[in-house]
Design a binder for this molecule. Structure first.
Ligand SMILES: NC(=O)C1=CN([C@@H]2O[C@H](COP(=O)(O)OP(=O)(O)OC[C@H]3O[C@@H](n4cnc5c(N)ncnc54)[C@H](O)[C@@H]3O)[C@@H](O)[C@H]2O)C=CC1
Ligand SMILES: O=C(O)C(=O)COP(=O)(O)O
Length: 525
């Protein structure tokens, strides 16, 4: 049974669903520190968290860990890059708690506009501050939503009853789509200049950290309100502090650098502060818990999930093609010699995959270089290649060749005395399976890159397959499947054998010597 650790306050539905499925041993404990729980349960397979910090130390303490599910939206508290390096997938449950946040935003806006907290305190104290607590109405005001995702859209819908003028900024949103929500798509400076209320609904990441700076805050209208129920790091606190004093900005806040008791650095500038309660409703907690359990079970069934956030596959690209690019590059790298210095990578991407050809360098590089982190961007990959002195060429391709949706990867590496060793490998996805269709001149292979395999290229003659089979058997290795195509000239043969267990390159090299095969590779996909 797979062990699932839930070290957080999460609706019991997650625990129950997983237990009922019969496949999971669930440890749900929200009163012990995650660090301590990790030490107690090193055999944890999946971790389900909320805003709990998942550091490299936690990941390292769980050597069996395969997946982290963030029951919620923001995953900036999880070291997703480190998780990637360790082969751990990270998922979130987008939208599951969005309505709770949207309602919190409306609550904060109205509470501040009508001085609800202050009025309660002073009335309890026996005061009658009817004159000083004059309010403002939300109706008819201009509201700007930064980030028009699950929460941003719901804020728009919930506020619709107030007859507001709605502006939004989101780089992936089209004007037409914004219009469908009754919103005008504008740039960020315009949004800050025109709105009475601005609500932030973007993730915190390298692009958005400190995004709300002096320039943007300085554009706000006198007395306008800024709501942050997204993440603390998005706002440059000192810049906001400076502008707030000048312009009487109202600042309503739910989020902090750290989710913990203690003094808050924003206390002097925040007009309302909540202890990160955006998602803390019974309904959202149930939804997120259920989604976390359902997604985990689906992930285990299919071995894949569209909710994975640290594999970085672009929208519109079937994840399988990213895996294909990885497997092709992995095989090509072994083919040119895993320890030989790589000199050149060339990709030829056909059919509907063409728009993603630039991005393909990410899984390719992850396959050919252990240090490269698959969660990185294509631009970083190209920089990395430049630094390593590896030529990279994404070839223009011609679809009249009828190659369908295929990827070809050519690699060249330096062998002794500056000579180059090259390989060209093509593959596709057919019937939902990855297929390697060509290696150099060996065509129509349709070989599934899965499990363990050995490849030997040799001058064609009878008896070689038998020799390889006997040599493998001597090492206790069984053969599960064999292909033995000839190249176009008919002079060379390629033996592809799937084996019951991995075959050390040392054994492969010894067999290659016996059968005089200059190209020989043992690989596990
Ligand atoms: N206070 C709380 O308890 C909660 C806070 N959150 C925070 O809210 C954030 C948004 O959540 P969702 O709406 O569910 O996520 P989402 O992924 O559905 O939406 C985020 C939107 O932000 C947009 N975006 C990304 N970078 C941007 C940029 N530089 N400028 C403008 N827009 C940008 C994206 O295109 C996307 O449409 C989460 O990442 C999380 O940090 C989420 C849930 C609860
Ligand atoms: O889902 C999110 O991004 C949130 O910020 C909610 O955090 P929480 O689950 O309440 O710790």
């Amino acid at each position: 049974m797979k062990k699932v650790l839930i070290p957080t306050k999460l609706n019991a539905v997650a625990r129950e669903l997983l237990k009922d499925s019969g496949g999971y041993n669930v440890v749900h404990d929200d009163s012990t520190e995650l660090k301590e729980l990790a030490a107690q349960h090193p055999d944890t397979y999946a971790l389900i968290v909320r805003s709990d910090k998942v550091t490299p130390e936690i990941i390292d303490a769980l050597p069996e860990l395969k997946v982290i599910v963030r029951a919620g939206a923001g995953y900036n508290t999880i070291d997703i890059r480190y998780a990637r390096q360790r082969g751990v997938d990270v998922m979130n449950t987008p939208g599951a708690n969005a309505n709770a946040v949207a309602e919190e935003v409306v609550t904060l806006m109205l509470a501040d506009a009508r001085h609800v907290v202050q009025a309660d305190v002073s009335t309890r104290e026996g005061k009658w501050e009817k004159k000083t607590l004059m309010g403002r109405e939300l109706t008819g005001k201009t509201v700007g939503i930064v980030g028009f995702g699950a929460i941003g859209r719901l804020v728009a819908r919930r506020l619709a009853g107030f007859d507001i003028k709605l502006l939004t900024y989101d780089p992936v949103l089209s004007e037409d789509r914004a219009e469908e929500f009754g919103a005008e798509l504008v740039d960020l400076p315009t949004l800050f200049e025109r709105c009475d209320y601005i609500s932030l609904h973007i993730p915190e990441n390298d692009d958005t950290r400190g995004m709300i700076n002096k320039d943007l805050a300085g554009r706000m209208k006198e007395g306008a309100t800024l709501v942050n129920c997204a993440r603390a790091g998005i706002i440059n606190e000192d810049d906001l502090r400076a502008v707030k004093a000048e312009k009487n900005i109202r600042f309503l806040n739910d989020v902090y650098p750290k989710d913990a008791a203690g003094e808050k650095s924003v206390a002097d500038i925040a007009d309302l502060m909540m202890p990160h309660l955006g998602a803390s409703t019974v309904e959202a907690n149930y939804n997120a818990a259920k989604r976390a359990a359902d997604q985990l079970m689906e992930y285990d069934e299919k071995g894949m999930s569209t909710y994975i956030v640290n594999r970085d596959v672009p929208e519109g690209l079937d994840e399988m093609y990213a895996d294909l690019a990885y497997d092709l590059a992995h095989l090509a790298r072994q083919w040119v010699g895993a320890r030989n210095k790589l000199k050149m990578i060339e990709t030829s991407v056909y059919g509907s995959l063409k728009p993603f050809s630039d991005w393909m360098i990410v899984p390719i590089l992850a396959a050919v270089s252990e240090e490269f982190d698959r969660s990185m961007e294509a631009a970083a990959a190209r920089e990395y290649l430049k630094d390593m002195g590896i030529d990279y060429n994404d070839r223009e391709t011609d679809d009249t060749k009828n190659y369908g949706n295929t990827i070809t990867i050519d690699l060249a590496a330096n062998v002794d005395h500056g000579s180059l060793r090259r390989v060209s490998i093509r593959g596709t996805v057919a019937e939902g399976r990855l297929m390697i269709s060509r290696i150099d001149d060996f065509d129509k292979l349709y070989f599934e890159p899965e499990g363990h395999a050995v490849f030997f290229r040799y001058e064609d003659r009878p008896g070689v397959l038998g020799q390889i089979g006997v040599a493998l058997a001597d090492h206790g290795i069984n053969i599960d499947d064999v292909r033995n195509p000839h190249d176009e000239s008919g002079k060379y043969s390629l033996a592809i054998m799937k084996t019951s267990s991995p075959v050390d390159q040392e054994i492969v090299d010894r067999i290659a010597g016996e059968i005089d095969a200059p190209y020989a590779v043992g690989i596990t996909f």
